[in-house]
Every structure is written in C-alpha cells, then in structure tokens.
Design a protein around this ligand. Structure first.
Ligand code: WTA
Length: 643
C-alpha cells in the first residue's frame, strides 16, 4: 500500500507549511538535552508531575529490570485531581460525556475530585487495601475514569477489561489477577441495542472465587439480577460514602495497574505498570505530542479497556488538566456522521483515533464529514496500527481540511506511552510514517545478528520511564518475550520497521505471532486454543490476511477429529465458539477445513506457508515440511472453498 517516494515528498513539502515552527527552538533543545544526557533529561521531565517526596536516583538499571525515580513518593490520582484544586483548573471542565442516545454529562475537575474521593471511600469500606487488585469491566462512561482514579488513589491496582470481551475472557483475567472487587454496569449501549454486561459478569463469576464484591453502575436500567451480599449498586454505596479520602503515599515503583494484552502464546499477558515512571511518560508525552493549549477540547476515541484509554484518556490528559470528550457508542449511530456531529457540537480541537476507523470513514464517503463543521480541529492523531498513506491523506484532507498536522503515534501496551511520533509544530511529516522517536527514547532497527540495518526488527536500546516492569505472575515470560533475542541488550517490540534515507521510521506491523485486527491485538495461539477447545476440532492454525478496513483479518485452518463430519453448520459454530471464548473482536473471517496442516519434522506449524496460500502468493520453501504433499491439498481445498 506504500505510495511512491516522489508523491511522498510532494506531500511532505506541502505539509511544511502547517508544521510551522511554533516553539521549534524549545523542542530542538529537548532533543539536544536528551541526546547529551538521557537520565538528566528524564530527571527534568519528571518535574511535570508533583511528588510528595523527591526521588534519590533517576534510574537503577539491572537489565532487564528498571527502577525509575528511586524512592520517590507520589500518587497518580493526586496528580490528576488534587493538584488542580490549587489552580483555576479546579473550575475547568475535565470530562464531557456523551451517550449514544445523545445524553450529556460533564464534570469539572472539582466535581471529578469529589466523585473520586467518595468512590475511594466506597472501595475502602468494602475492605480494599493497598496492593489489592480491582477488576473494571465498564463501557465508556465517566464512572470508568472514576473507578480507575479511585483505585489509584487508595493504592489498589486496577485491571481494566474491555467491555467487548466475553465472560470467559473476563474470568481468565480476574483469576490471573486474583481481583477482589469487580466494578461493572448493568449494561452498555451499542448501535441502539443494550449489551447486558451484568449478566456476562455473573457468568464469569461462576468460576472466579477471588471476587468478594461487585459494584454495579446503573447505565441502561435493565434491572439485572443482584446477588445478595455480593452485588451493590454504585449509587447506594456513594450515598453513604464520606467526602474525602486522603491519597495513599505510593512509591514510584508501586504497581499502578495490570493490563492484559495478547502475546504469542494462548494465555494473555498481564502487563505491569508502576506509578512514577508511567505517570511521567503519560503526562510528558501528552503535552509534547498533543500540545498544551488550555482551550483545547481533546477527544481520544479509544476505550479505557486498552492502553490508549489508560494513557491518553485517563492519566495523560487529566494530569495535564485538559478538557476532554468521551463518547459511549458507535460511530454510525444514528447515522454515519456521528463522530463529525460530536466534533461540531463540542468544538473538538484534537482528535486521536485509529486507522481502522479512518478506513471505515473513507468507505462511508466524505459526504458525511463534509456536511459538518469541523473547523474547530487543529490536530489529528492516529494509533494502534500502521496507517497507510491513502488513509493518512484522506484523514488530512477530509477531516483535517488540509490544515491539521497528523501525529501518527507508535507505541504499545508495554511501552506505556508514545515512543515514535512527530511533534506537531516541529517535525515535517510524511504520510504513513510515524517519523522519529521522541526525545529520551532510543530506538533502532536491527537485523538477526543485532547489527543496525535500514530494514528489520524494531528495538528499544535503553530503558525509558513508562516501560513495563514485568508480566504479572510470570517473570520468566517477561525475559523471554522481550529480552532474550539479543541477550538482554535490547527490548524487542515484536514489530518490523524500515528507516528511509532521511532517518524516518516506517512501521510495518508485527513480525511475531501477534495479529492486529482493527487495531486490537490478538494472539494467533489464543484463537487457536479457542478453536481446539471445540469438541470436534483436532488442530487449528490461525493467520492474518490483509483486510481493507480492519488492517488484518483472521483466517483459521482447521482439521477435524477423525470421525467428525464437516457439517454445514460447523463454520458458523466455530466462529461463534471463538466469540464465546474471547469476544467478537476475534471472530474469524474465514474458516478453511483441511485434512492436515503444514508442519516441520519437529511438529511446528508453518503459518508462513498458509499465509502464502491465503494471500494468493507463490508458496514459499516447503522442503522443511514433514510432508510437502500437504501443501498441495490445502491449496486445492482453499481454492474450492473460495470459488
Ligand atoms: C501496532 C497500542 C504502526 C504495533 C498503542 C504495536 C502501530 C502494537 C502503531 C501495539 C502505529 C501501534 N503504527 N503500528 N502508529 N501503533 N501499532 O499494545 O504492531 O494494543 O506493536 O498498543 O500495535 O498494540 P497495543
């Protein structure tokens, strides 16, 4: 999908105009300071938040374990709320919420402060102590933000589970984190329908004994069943709660949250982030990438169930005292211009969304945005997957009206905050490139032997404050996944990248068994485990193929047990089974039933060869296969199923 270089440069020249040099000197000096002394640079950046006690040492690094701002004491909720009580920000709007049916609620910083304090007391009254885990399974309503900040306030550890995950996926995460409390809602609205979150929760809790209490927010009023002695209504508990809860004094390295993400095995990884470094990273990058005009109305469309929702809906914007919009609902409800109507109505100045959404909007046509007033916008952002130049230019022209720079931001759940991105007033843009690493971030592209190359694996060369501190309950996996490939010398992102002759980074997507469907990370093994869990399935191999809207789509090759017949219902039944095990984001696009799978002599499934078939390429080297004949049969089968 890459555009020809000549057109890239033409577009880039055009963009020089809009990226005029506001604060350019200041930004240049940030890069300069970071390159001269990275630790000194970060020590200075850490002043972007308030500390109860200063740290003694900026970084203690014993590869691959980092401690940042050693012995510093702080509280993340204090930084997002209490510190604004001392300035005019107290009276500023923090959250503007819009529901799918057009309802609005808003909170000033002071109102949010009061709500969080009360809810912190609710949690304490239910026996939550520092270090306890709290699971949050909510739609995009203000209480999701309240729940996260309250957990942080009392020193608990939140683990937010995306509301689209199934009961089984929810249960797995609760069990792994041994969460004590679950915060959910009666339901969520999606395209005019009610999704009964509470009943999904009840199903998950049949097998999650660590949960002692469930707090339910009334959002859709569908009168769910409430279990006596376990389930409580949020509103009832809030009525009895005291108004102030002192923020817990947290160590910089105390855990702030666990967020589960997919990896290359069947089991999701609980990525651990701690308080000090994470908050410095989220706060500093929000300001650097999105700017700090106090009049901004910022809208990040990510759900709090993903890292983007953590860093760029909750911690980064609130710590910076920004005003932001959050929306619970679909982009095409009631019509395909809902996003543009929201921007027009709330005068949004910064929009941060995902390429998959942009491609969907492209498909729907520019008549939808062009019928709305988008003149309030000043900056656009993109995150979650590579943005192809066509989508980039469409976003630039039809949403940004050829006047808003686009910040294509590369980062991961593990990195905690943005790593590679342009700085709007400074970096000349190229459509489709995330441009350069931010100051203080040292990245490289290397080959198998660890030598720097213009094309290869994307690695991070030195520790950064918001880096993950480990995988919950699985220290070995932390080392093996991220540090083993080059003996602890580099952090391996799992992504491939190239660098052009001007040093611009072009991110190419995953090079491991992780796939990215509509910006959501899924492990091929995770979907395979779900498929083989179906009683008639013997084996499964999952690959991703290019998809015009979703970026990638899931294709599964499945072999059935000996006596099983390939009944017509089976394809749908298997797709549904994956939805039940994981959630609808993992639903396979296609299932191909084959008699066998291509395996090496040691039994490893060669997914690469299956990708060749599915993407219609000449099939690669089959000589290492135990039975090369298998490929011919799969090819025939694939052709038959697609004709
Ligand atoms: C991909 C999302 C290209 C990448 C913040 C990464 C991107 C994975 C970009 C992390 C981008 C994210 N350009 N690829 N701007 N942003 N990715 O953990 O493959 O949900 O490894 O974090 O998304 O996904 P995650």
């Amino acid at each position: 999908m890459r555009m020809k270089r000549s057109s890239l440069f033409a577009a880039s020249a055009l963009l020089q105009n809009v990226t005029a040099s506001v604060g350019a000197e200041e930004i240049a000096s940030l890069f300069e300071e970071a390159s001269l002394d990275r630790q000194k640079f970060w020590a200075k950046q850490a002043e972007c938040i308030e500390w109860f006690h200063p740290w003694q040492e900026t970084l203690r690094w014993k590869a691959p374990y980092a401690e940042w701002f050693v012995e510093g004491k702080l509280n993340a909720s204090y930084n997002c709320l209490d510190r604004h009580m001392k300035s005019e920000t107290r009276y500023k709007t923090a959250l503007i919420w819009e529901g799918e049916r057009g309802e609005n609620r808003s909170f000033t910083y002071e109102e949010l402060f009061l709500e969080v304090n009360k809810f912190s007391n609710v949690l304490k009254n239910l026996g939550v102590k520092k270090g306890d885990r709290i699971a949050i399974y909510l739609p995009m309503i203000p209480e999701a933000v309240v729940a996260m900040l309250s957990s942080a306030r009392i020193g608990a550890v939140h683990t937010v589970i995306f509301g689209g995950f199934s009961a089984e996926a929810l249960k797995d995460r609760i069990v792994d984190a041994e969460a004590k409390i679950l915060i959910t809602a009666d339901g969520a609205y999606r395209k005019g329908k009610v999704i009964p979150l509470k009943s999904t929760t009840d199903q998950a809790l049949l097998d999650a004994p660590s949960i002692e209490s469930v707090i339910v927010i009334e959002n859709v009023s569908n009168k769910p069943l409430m279990k006596e002695g376990r389930d409580y209504w949020y509103a009832d508990l809030m009525k009895e709660a005291k108004e102030y809860a002192a923020p817990e004094i947290m160590d910089a390295e105390d855990m702030l949250f666990i967020l589960y993400t997919s990896g290359t095995t069947g089991k999701p990884k609980g990525i651990v982030h701690t308080t000090g470094g994470y908050l410095v990273g989220a706060t500093m990058t929000t300001k650097l990438v999105f700017g700090s005009d106090p009049k901004d109305i910022y809208w990040c469309t990510a759900d709090v169930g993903w890292i983007t929702g953590h860093s760029y809906v909750v911690y980064g914007p609130l710590s910076n005292g920004m005003t932001q919009l959050i929306y619970e609902g679909a982009a095409d409800f009631p019509e395909r211009n809902r996003f543009w109507k929201l921007i027009e109505k709330h005068k949004v100045t910064i929009l941060y969304t995902a390429p998959t959404a942009i491609r969907t909007f492209m498909k729907w046509g520019e008549e939808w945005p062009s019928s709305c007033d988008l003149s309030s916008l000043r900056l656009l952002g993109s995150v979650g997957e590579p943005i192809n130049p066509e989508a980039w230019l469409w976003y630039y022209n039809h949403i940004g009206q050829a006047k808003c720079p686009i910040a294509d931001t590369w980062w991961q759940t593990e990195t905690g905050s943005i790593m590679v991105a342009p700085i709007a007033s400074y970096t000349p843009l190229k459509p489709g490139s995330a441009t350069f690493p931010l100051p203080g971030i040292e990245m490289a592209i290397i080959d198998d032997s660890g030598k720097e190359a213009s094309s290869g694996y994307l690695v991070i060369k030195s520790p950064w404050p918001s880096m993950l501190r480990g995988i919950y309950n699985d220290p070995l996996r932390y080392k093996e996944t991220y540090w083993k490939k080059w003996d602890g010398e580099y952090y391996f992102t799992g992504d491939g990248a190239t660098k052009d002759d001007e040093g611009y980074f072009w991110l190419m997507g995953r090079v491991d068994d992780v796939i990215n469907v509509s910006g959501h990370r899924l492990g091929t093994m995770e979907i395979e485990s779900a498929l083989v869990d179906y009683p008639l399935v013997a084996e499964a191999a999952v690959i991703a193929i290019a998809h015009p809207i979703k970026g990638q789509a899931v294709v599964a090759f499945v072999t059935l047990k000996d006596k099983a017949l390939k009944e017509p219902f089976l394809e749908d039944a298997l797709k549904e089974h994956v939805v039940v095990k994981i959630g609808s984001i993992a639903r396979p696009e296609k299932i191909i039933f084959t008699a066998d799978l291509p395996k090496t002599r040691s039994g490893k499934i060669m997914r690469r060869l299956l990708r060749d078939i599915a993407e219609g390429r000449v099939v690669g080297d089959v000589t290492t296969l135990a039975d090369p004949q298998v490929m011919r049969e799969i090819q025939l089968q694939y052709k038959e199923e697609n004709d």
